[in-house]
Design a binder for this molecule. Structure first.
Ligand SMILES: C[S@@+](CC[C@H](N)C(=O)[O-])C[C@H]1O[C@@H](n2cnc3c(N)ncnc32)[C@H](O)[C@@H]1O
Length: 266
């Protein structure tokens, strides 16, 4: 048996409804060579606890609050009420913040996408922000069923349910999604590996003048993605970087047609 290290290298917290029995504990200890301790934690309303934890955050025009703080903040058309529960996306993480900044930068460029897809919607934060900025048809998808339910609830709370349709789907593939659909804006704040897997479908499903926002990357991954973008027919037009996180605003490379008369004149 491997001896237990004097000082633990890491601590893993496991939350269970019932105390683990003696056999399970000794199996865990033997198999993983770890020491376990058990303690009873008091009953809490975890949803409320997470709502209290996330203080309001301002990202350019948007203010994002949990319902716990909503009454203490003046609400306007750029206010988002997001209760995260088990989903990701409160606006506190750089990856979400970058997407919200890049989405607003499109509005400033007077880009008005009509058909949008938010791949990996989490709490629905980006879809809700998009619905508040653009009079568009927005599709929000996530491969996690909890996130789908939470997004459905949040779009109602934020009164944008008429603009956003939410589906359980991996990437841009699903019975409910139109296989050949062209989107004017695709936003995907998911991790590097799934992003890379989805690159061809981004190429196929982005309209020629459309924009693609990719987030969830560290600086090194963003650099690598930038180096392979050309082979998918893309170029970077803007990017956000902070604290080793990065997000890219991307467009299709427009290939200029060479007219026959010019070729003939050569
Ligand atoms: C980092 S969270 C982003 C949430 C939110 N869009 C935001 O910007 O805060 C990534 C989400 O993508 C989902 N996800 C990961 N890979 C996916 C895939 N291939 N297709 C659909 N959803 C995916 C995860 O379940 C998770 O909810």
């Amino acid at each position: 048996m491997i001896p237990f290290a004097e000082k633990p290298l890491f601590t893993l917290n496991i939350f269970t409804k019932e105390p683990l029995d003696f056999v399970t504990i000794s199996l865990i200890e033997q198999c993983f060579s770890v020491k376990t301790t058990m303690k009873k934690i008091p009953e809490r309303n975890w949803l409320r606890a997470s709502n209290i934890k996330f203080s309001p955050v301002k990202i350019d025009k948007f203010t994002i609050t949990s319902s716990f703080f909503a009454n203490s903040i003046k609400q306007d058309k750029f206010s988002l009420i997001i209760d995260a529960s088990l989903a990701f996306g409160t606006g506190h993480h750089y990856t979400t913040k970058f997407c919200l900044l890049l989405i607003q930068s499109l509005k400033k460029r007077e880009v008005n996408p009509l058909k949008i897809i938010d791949v990996g919607c989490g709490t629905g934060i980006l879809s809700i922000a998009l619905a508040k900025l653009f009079p568009s048809r927005i599709i929000a998808v996530d491969n996690d069923t909890h996130s789908v339910e939470i997004t459905k609830r949040n779009i109602v709370v934020n009164k944008v349910a008429n603009y956003v349709k939410v589906y359980n789907s991996t990437g841009l593939v699903g019975n409910h999604l139109n296989y050949g659909a062209k989107y004017d804006l695709i936003v995907a704040n998911i991790l590097y590996k799934p992003l890379k897997t989805l690159m061809w479908s981004f190429t196929k499903n982005l309209s020629d003048k459309g924009f693609l926002i990719l987030s969830g990357l560290n600086i090194k991954q963003a650099r690598h993605l930038k180096s392979i973008l050309r082979q998918f027919g893309f170029k970077v037009v803007d990017e956000k970087k902070e604290a080793n996180w990065a997000a890219l605003l991307i467009k299709k490379i427009v290939r200029k047609r060479v007219s026959h008369s010019i070729i003939e004149g050569l």
